[in-house]
Write a protein that binds this ligand. Structure first.
Ligand code: DLZ
Length: 164
């Protein structure tokens, strides 16, 4: 049974990262801006392993661009028994409105997939004004969004297990 919170501070384990040992994960990675998404992937994969996930329980697949992350996540959840899916991509602002369409489509898309399958689908997509901001967030001075996505996936997998 999940612990009922009054305040976040009442919940001493809120910041604890649970063991990932018994969970299965999907990771979908966009090939666009591959230098960045490879770094995100490395961060996510290493974090899952660090917190106890078994390599054979991490199922990783590339998709062409961030727009395809939604269908990648859906195909994974349809075909594999997973506790959470992490989507990783990098959309950099250009001169056209592509940026807005792709970002909105992925954010809405992964939300819909999560609801459809009742499984956590994590939004690990950098949406930046330029390349430097992306570098800074994929292992640079602002950390690695891939690590954060992995930790979020573990916490959400545990929440699902707790409530089941
Ligand atoms: C077309 C496109 C553009 C302009 N920019 C990016 C980007 O910055 N990051 C990204 O992941 N993908 C981009 N794409 C590709 C789209 O995500 C998608 O693969 C194509 O529109 C085909 O559906």
């Amino acid at each position: 049974m999940a612990t009922q919170l009054k305040n976040l501070s009442d919940f001493s384990t809120a910041s604890e990262i649970p063991s990932a040992q018994n969970y299965s994960f999907g990771i979908v990675v966009a090939e666009w801006n591959a230098e960045i998404t490879n770094a995100l992937y490395q961060g996510a994969y290493d974090s899952l392993i660090k917190y106890g996930a078994q390599p054979e329980n991490i199922h990783s697949y590339p998709v062409p661009g961030s727009f395809e992350l939604t269908s990648g996540a859906e195909l994974l959840l349809k075909n594999k028994k997973l506790d959470a899916v992490i989507t990783l991509g990098c959309v950099i602002q250009g001169e056209t409105r592509h940026f807005d369409f792709i970002c909105a489509a992925v954010a809405n898309g992964v939300t819909n997939v999560a609801v459809k399958y009742s499984k956590p689908v994590i939004f690990g997509v950098l949406t930046t004004d330029n390349q430097q901001q992306a570098i800074d967030r994929s292992g640079g001075k602002h950390g690695n969004k891939g690590d954060e996505a992995a930790v979020t996936a573990i916490k959400m997998a545990r929440l699902n297990e707790t409530l089941a």
